[in-house]
Design a protein around this ligand. Sequence first.
Ligand SMILES: O=C(O)COP(=O)(O)O
Ligand SMILES: [Mg+2]
Length: 220
Amino acid sequence: MKTVIFDLDGTLADTSADLIASANWCFERMGLAERLDPVTDAATAFRGARAMLTLGMQRAGAFDAERVEEWYPRLLTAYGDAICEETALYPGAVEAIEALRGQGIRVGICTNKPEGLAEELLRRLGVRDMFAALVGADTLPVRKPDARPYVETVARVGGALRQSLLVGDTDTDRKTAAAAGVPCILVTFGPTGEAVRALAPEGLIGHFDGLGPEVARLLG
Ligand SMILES: O=C(O)COP(=O)(O)O
Ligand SMILES: [Mg+2]
């Protein structure tokens, strides 16, 4: 009944370039000269569509919360049209997940990407069938860091909460795991690097090679 639940953006896949391209598509149409950078603004991309819109508007000195909400669905539509141009799974992700599955460990995805976009991306990456369940930002009325999407993902893969953990990349994942009362492994290969240590996760991995040993240590 051991279960490992994965975040998607910034954890399983580097989606930053395609996310930022969709934000820049919006800024162009909004008449803003500001553009986000696919490398230096990657951490903001992993915080999602609203975070990217907010940053671009703030930098342009044109932040407007209503305008963020107005452009949010447009950004998602643009993103959905070009969701897998530059996006790639992180090295070793497939092998590490297959190894967990080979040990009978259940695996699922709990993401703050809207469910339809997450389903589409995983299909394009050819890995949707590896996961027994996927819960997205709009699957339930609440999203991470609320514990409910995580608890629901564990239930949908047929796992037991007390023998589960979350692998993620941000403080949202760390808070979600804490709210659910389960361990959290954070990845250090993303744009925040070793600084994720400050979030005091129960485990850290710098490469997917390290996942199996960390899961064994934390779930026994
Ligand atoms: O789109 C977001 O807000 C982040 O998505 P994630 O939860 O898969 O990292
Ligand atoms: Mg993430």
